[in-house]
Design a protein around this ligand. Structure first.
Ligand code: KG4
Ligand code: ZN
Length: 334
């Protein structure tokens, strides 16, 4: 078999990232330039600022990726890039860089869905086993995705309001923690032995959808009530109560879906899958269920280009190709 080397580019939000993936499973190089430090000042991602950072970083990041891999453009098989969803101005920087690179070096282009990328981060850990269920939890998405084979994605449940990561970031703001708040809440939750009892949004009995805005409001109301009574809030207890609610709902719905769809493997993906409480809860639940469970190492949970390269490898083999008319698709469906 010919060796396949894919250069992948990801700029959908606030990370400027490039990677080279060998045969869909092995990371040859993986560079992520984060903008977190500058976005922190604004308490979140400002689209215009994200785009400007991408413009400054993209060429440097691609060059560094090739240098780390000790490779030339002529060694590559294809160029993959995130087409959407994401911030359109941010996506366009990566897409145009990919188009230019592919055009100059005569390489095929592969457009990749950002969520497919998050899912395929797991293919860098071990081969995916189908049928498969993916719990995708990130700053922009909360979805349960059923896959009967490579490249086939059926969204069986999704959030009706906030994404899980968005709820984490908003609650962190209420607790005066810096952006992105997920890791802070996670750490604080582990510092408390007892959490505040917040509600769980189960929705209809047979629904695989999620809702986190009610929980977020419950945290805000709890804080206001305490403040009105002149009482001190214990942030660790709030963090634990919030995290316990999110983790319990995510775990139970994923277990129910895994049983109904009789899957061979369950995977978690996206920034919130870096959450210690969620990882432990899912690991334990699927050990009890006797179903294989995989979650990527922490640095492949949050946005990166290695995952885009892993997804692109299967698309390349299936004959998927983009062209120079490719555009950023901020609302692209899976
Ligand atoms: O996948 P990602 O890097 O970007 C999107 O595609 O959205 O996810 C970022 C999200 C942020 O909301 C961040 O707070 C959350 O992932 N996150 C976490 C943890 N690490 C990152 N949430 C909970 N616990 C964590 N340890
Ligand atoms: Zn993401």
């Amino acid at each position: 078999m010919n060796e396949q080397y894919i250069l992948a580019i990801e700029t959908s939000c606030d990370e400027t990232a490039a990677a080279i993936i060998r045969n869909g499973t092995e990371i040859v190089s993986n560079v992520v330039a984060s903008q977190i430090e500058s976005q922190k000042r604004f308490g979140g991602v400002v689209p215009e600022i994200a785009s400007r950072h991408h413009v400054e970083q993209i060429t440097i990041v691609i060059e560094e990726t090739l240098k780390d891999a000790n490779m030339q453009p002529s060694d590559l098989t294809a160029v993959a890039v995130t087409e959407g969803p994401g911030l359109v101005g941010a996506l366009l920087i990566g897409i145009n860089a990919a188009k230019a690179f592919a055009f100059v070096h005569g390489l095929p282009l592969i457009p990749v869905h950002h969520i497919a990328g998050h899912i395929y981060a797991n293919a860098l850990v071990e081969p995916l086993q189908f049928p498969l269920l993916a719990l995708v939890v990130s700053g922009g998405h909360t979805e349960l995705v059923f896959m009967k084979e490579h490249g086939s994605f059926e969204v069986i449940g999704e959030t009706r309001d906030d994404a899980a990561g968005e709820a984490y970031d908003k609650v962190a703001r209420v607790l005066k923690m810096p952006y992105p708040g997920g890791p802070h809440i996670d750490r604080m939750a582990h510092e408390a032995t007892e959490g505040i009892d917040f509600p769980r949004a189960w929705l209809e009995e047979d629904s695989y959808d999620f809702s986190f805005s009610g929980l977020k409001s419950a945290v805000i109301n709890y804080k206001h009530n305490l403040e009105q009574r002149g009482e001190e809030i214990i942030p660790e207890k709030v963090a634990k109560g919030f995290q316990d609610s999110v983790v319990e709902v995510l775990t139970k719905k994923t277990v129910r879906a895994a049983r109904e769809y009789k899957v061979k493997q369950v995977i978690a993906a996206g920034g919130v899958s870096a959450n210690k409480g969620l990882r432990e809860s899912l690991e334990k639940a699927f050990e009890q269920e006797g179903i294989a469970f995989t979650v990527p190492p922490l640095k492949l949970c949050t946005d990166n280009a290695a995952m885009i390269g892993a997804a692109a490898a299967h698309m390349y083999n299936a004959g998927v190709r983009g062209n120079l008319a490719m555009n950023g698709l901020p609302g692209k469906e899976l």
